[in-house]
Design a protein around this ligand. Structure first.
Ligand code: ADP
Ligand code: MG
Length: 471
């Protein structure tokens, strides 16, 4: 969280601390890495926290995020806050507050070297903890890291524009992207550095459109020096936003402004993204972050543990690194949970059984996600709907075959960590077909209770519940 110390009173600093504690308790209760990532994303739109007696006023960078946080997280955050406030009772309010525009020129350390500070106000602030120093290098990410460092050395130039980083959820894409932003900002505070998710870019576009001020939107995003656009797979949702971004991309690139993007898939595997955009995305440097090895996982955990108030013994870190393999974020969740426990019972020695029990949620999720394979899902669904495997994999479009096919796609996508390309391959279909199938089932599940009960029965065969779904 960004706190401008000059502008805050002592009580604001204290309330920020309480807020940070409450936030980490809340995050440590989330076992699903995707949910955690989503919550973190929304929480990152908070610019300050103030306190008036029992009332905490959380200020956000947009009216949209204030509303969203209020509707979705208010209750749970309030409970967590009540855990850390001595009085045990609070009111929580979310408010949109225009960020104060910094005075145009500020003096930096040496007055001889006066530097301008950028007045560009970003929709989403950079997380200052996401730095290169905090990023652990390993074989799974060393190329992406090197590329990120090359961007910092020479922004906007060379063969690294755009830099496109892709890979699974929770593997460090956002961290690395923001490290670029933080490092560039440190080197040159006059740079207008803009970080936001493609989802937020689209939201803003829609808002400017409502105000019939598309030129304002364009002017804003074409005036940046560095554009860090996270999770561009989100652009699949709309043709118009792709057109808009295509033009902004070209304008920035022509002016040698640096563009960095991330996505869960490589550009060529992104369904429903226009070809001309795909070739722009591929026109610079493409790097993948892969799943980290045991050694890298342990190194990351050690690094994260350094930042905690409690000492987490090495055997606990090894236990986590050994049991949780697929997501760095899930490892962090497990670490958070252990650390909450250890701060309550500092001297405790945790047996393997105790750890298994404490981290049950995380470990079970991990096993669940790993164990199911696509063929198993396909045959269970085919059996239940009395269709053959051949039919399930065929191009046949009759409803009696389409439903089980799409349902199997849905289960593969939402209840395993298999990637979209893997799923598409196993169904002998294109990515677009899988995505379409998954969406179709999603819509139908909202209204068709029969389909929902078939789904839970199939899931039950594997020992799953509907709530094990990943977002
Ligand atoms: P993604 O954007 O790929 O979903 P994030 O960048 O949000 O993933 O990373 C998830 C969490 O894991 C973050 O808290 C991040 O700091 C941490 N993380 C991932 N990779 C590393 C790494 N190599 N070193 C340190 N922390 C990491
Ligand atoms: Mg991310």
């Amino acid at each position: 969280m960004k706190v401008d110390l000059e502008m805050n009173t002592a009580t604001d600093i204290e309330s920020n601390e309480l807020w940070n504690k409450a936030k980490s308790i809340y995050l440590s209760t989330l076992a699903s890495p995707d949910e955690k990532s989503q919550v973190e994303r929304y929480l990152s739109m908070i610019v300050s926290v103030e306190r008036e007696g029992d009332r905490f006023i959380v200020c956000t960078s947009s009216a949209f995020s204030a509303e969203f946080l209020k509707n979705n997280y208010s209750e749970r955050l309030k409970k967590c806050l009540e855990l850390v406030v001595p009085e045990g009772k609070v009111d929580l309010e979310f408010k949109f507050r225009e960020a104060p525009i910094p005075s145009i020129i500020k003096q930096i350390s040496s007055p001889a070297k006066q530097q301008k500070i950028s007045t560009f106000v970003s929709t989403m602030p950079l997380n200052e903890e996401y730095t290169f120093d905090e990023f652990v290098r390993g074989p799974s990410n060393s190329f992406a890291l090197a590329a990120a460092q090359a961007v910092v050395a020479n922004p906007g130039r060379g063969g690294f524009n755009p830099l496109f980083i892709h890979g699974g959820t929770g593997l460090g894409k956002t961290h690395l992207m923001q490290a670029i932003g933080n490092e560039l900002k440190k080197r040159d505070p006059s740079l207008a550095i803009c970080y936001l998710t493609a989802e937020e870019y689209l939201n803003e576009y829609v808002n400017y459109m409502k105000d019939t001020n598309i030129p304002g939107f364009r002017a804003k995003y074409r005036s940046v020096d560095v554009l860090l656009l996270d999770d561009v797979q989100f652009f699949q949702k709309g043709k118009q936003i792709q057109e808009e971004f295509f033009n902004t991309f070209n304008a920035l690139k022509d002016n040698r402004k640096q563009i960095v993007m991330t996505s869960d898939l490589a550009p060529k595997n992104l369904p429903s993204i226009e070809q001309r955009l795909v070739s722009r995305f591929e026109g610079g440097m493409l790097q993948e972050i892969e799943t980290p090895s045991y050694e890298t996982r342990l190194a990351i955990l050690r690094k994260k543990a350094e930042g905690l108030d409690v000492t987490v013994p090495d055997y606990v870190l090894e236990f986590i690194a050994d049991k949780i393999k697929s997501h760095v974020r899930a490892m962090e969740g497990a670490l958070g949970k252990v650390s909450v426990y250890l701060s309550a019972y500092p001297a405790s020695v945790l047996s393997t059984e105790a750890l298994d029990h404490l981290l049950g949620d995380f470990i079970q999720k991990e096993q669940t996600m790993k164990m199911l394979d696509i063929e198993e899902i396909q045959s269970a669904v085919a059996k239940r709907y009395s269709v053959s495997m051949e039919q399930l994999l065929s191009p046949e479009r009759t409803q009696s075959v389409v439903t089980p096919r799409q349902l199997a796609m849905y289960i593969a996508r939402k209840f395993t960590t298999k990637s979209l390309p893997e799923i598409a391959k196993k169904f002998e279909k294109t990515h677009a077909t899988v995505i379409h199938g998954v969406r179709n089932i999603e819509k139908r599940l909202d209204v068709e209770s029969d389909l929902k009960s078939s789904l839970s029965e199939i899931l039950a065969e594997f020992g799953y519940k509907l709530s094990d779904k990943m977002d």
